[in-house]
Design a protein around this ligand. Structure first.
Ligand SMILES: Cc1cc2nc3c(=O)[nH]c(=O)nc-3n(C[C@H](O)[C@H](O)[C@H](O)COP(=O)(O)O)c2cc1C
Length: 187
């Protein structure tokens, strides 16, 4: 099979604005496990205003930018923190923005994967389940298995920021399934 570089653009949404976010590091590191046909790019959500339905007819430039990046992508990757047993407000805010105006959602039909890392032992499992609920409504086909509830502990990343030795096989397997999922749904 011919390999076309960057054939699949993946919009990566990180559910944390924290400077030293484990989830952003995870998004950076997992991108290195993707094949050359895949190009993963993190979208900016920090400058989005708080969602207000009054603005649907006149969306902010940052919202239009986000929607454009989602529309141009062949797939989505959510890498999220867990806040109080759900997804952080910043992530929900971004999802709500790009879902509107009604009937003009940018998300529908884009194949997605969900990952998350937390300092807690349950590794964002509840946030991920809440996110899956939202994505189901938005008609986003989301990879079911393997699930990836990542415990952010020493050794998760090596000194170069790559996935550490203990998690590499598991996350490479996750990436292989994700790649197959995107190719299946994007064609
Ligand atoms: C407001 C808030 C709520 C949190 N709630 C949870 C939680 O429900 N489950 C959990 O495992 N960790 C929780 N944490 C801890 C996060 O897992 C931890 O801060 C993690 O580093 C966040 O991800 P990040 O490094 O990508 O920002 C919470 C942290 C904050 C600030």
């Amino acid at each position: 099979m011919e390999i076309v570089m960057n054939q699949y653009q993946i919009a990566v949404v990180v559910g944390s604005l924290r400077r030293d976010s484990f989830n952003r590091k995870l998004a950076d590191a997992i991108g290195k496990l993707a094949p050359p046909q895949f190009s993963l790019k993190q979208v900016k959500i920090a400058d989005l205003p708080l969602y207000n339905q009054d603005d649907d007819a006149d969306q902010a430039e940052s919202v239009k930018r986000l929607k454009g990046e989602i529309a141009a992508a062949q797939g989505l990757l959510f890498v999220t923190a867990e806040y109080n047993r759900s997804i952080p407000g910043v992530l929900k805010n971004a999802i709500d923005h790009a879902s509107r105006p009604y009937g003009q959602s940018a998300w529908a039909g884009k194949p997605a994967g969900v990952l998350g890392a937390s300092v807690g032992a349950i590794g964002t499992s509840m946030a991920q389940q809440h996110l899956r609920n939202v994505l189901a409504y938005l008609d986003v086909p989301t990879l079911g298995q393997p699930e990836a509830f990542i415990h952010a502990k020493v050794g998760l990343f090596d000194e170069a920021g790559n996935i550490g030795a203990d998690s590499k096989k598991f996350l490479q397997d996750w990436m292989d399934h994700y790649v197959a999922w995107v190719i299946k749904h994007a064609s």
